[in-house]
Design a protein around this ligand. Structure first.
Ligand SMILES: *[C@@H]1O[C@H](CO)[C@@H](O)[C@H](O)[C@H]1NC(C)=O
Ligand SMILES: *[C@@H]1O[C@H](CO)[C@@H](O)[C@H](O)[C@H]1NC(C)=O
Length: 184
């Protein structure tokens, strides 16, 4: 007996026990399997499985069950191919770049720390920038130049950030250097 001879309900159950790549592969082999693989219940199972394995930590089981299929697909896609900001925009091909707008942020300067000591990173979506300086790691909102958050430390050795929830929050990784050696 071939897999495709199974009744649809059983095929659907099989898909619900598969991982992402198996579901993707199965959906490419046969139109019936493709249609089954697009069903919401399959994507709930995939996200639930990823959640149990610790890959999705910001969603409860109830959140997952309440999400529309497109959002479930987006969660999985993000884990597989990274945030949308990592993919090249479709329409940007061959267009000469030019600056469309100009925003001036006015962070307070600390005495003795010239501007070149500030390290800047634009967050995905471009709505915020991170500024590392002698006061710590600061997050500035580009639209109105407001300081929205600060992590106080003068030993930020490295940082990385990733925007979540459509810009409502961000995950930050901050590496802090060890205590400076005690000079006597
Ligand atoms: C896909 O599988 C179904 C059975 O689940 C079968 O009826 C159908 O003919 C298959 N389609 C192709 C293109 O093989
Ligand atoms: C952040 O700023 C501190 C203090 O100005 C500096 O010592 C450190 O090297 C900076 N870290 C990065 C990652 O630029």
């Amino acid at each position: 007996m071939k897999l495709l001879d199974l009744p649809l309900e059983l095929l659907l159950m099989v898909l619900c026990f598969c991982d992402v790549s198996s579901v993707m592969l199965a959906s490419q082999t046969n139109k019936t399997l493709h249609d089954l693989a697009c069903l919401r219940i399959v994507w709930i199972s995939l996200v639930e499985d990823l959640r149990h394995r610790g890959f999705v930590d910001r969603l409860s089981a109830a959140d997952v069950r309440a999400m529309p299929t497109s959002d479930l697909v987006a969660v999985v896609r993000r884990l597989v191919v990274g945030p949308a900001a990592w993919s090249p925009a479709q329409s940007s091909a061959e267009r000469p770049s030019r600056s469309a707008s100009h925003v001036v942020l006015r962070p307070a300067m600390s005495p003795g720390h010239p501007f070149s000591h500030q390290d800047v990173a634009v967050l995905p979506r471009g709505e915020h920038v991170l500024l590392n300086n002698s006061r710590g790691l600061e997050c500035w909102r580009v639209a109105d130049g407001v300081l929205v958050w600060r992590y106080e430390s003068d030993r930020v050795e490295a940082f990385a950030a990733d925007v979540q929830d459509g810009g409502e929050s961000a995950n930050l990784v901050i590496c802090i250097g060890g205590a400076p050696p005690n000079h006597q």
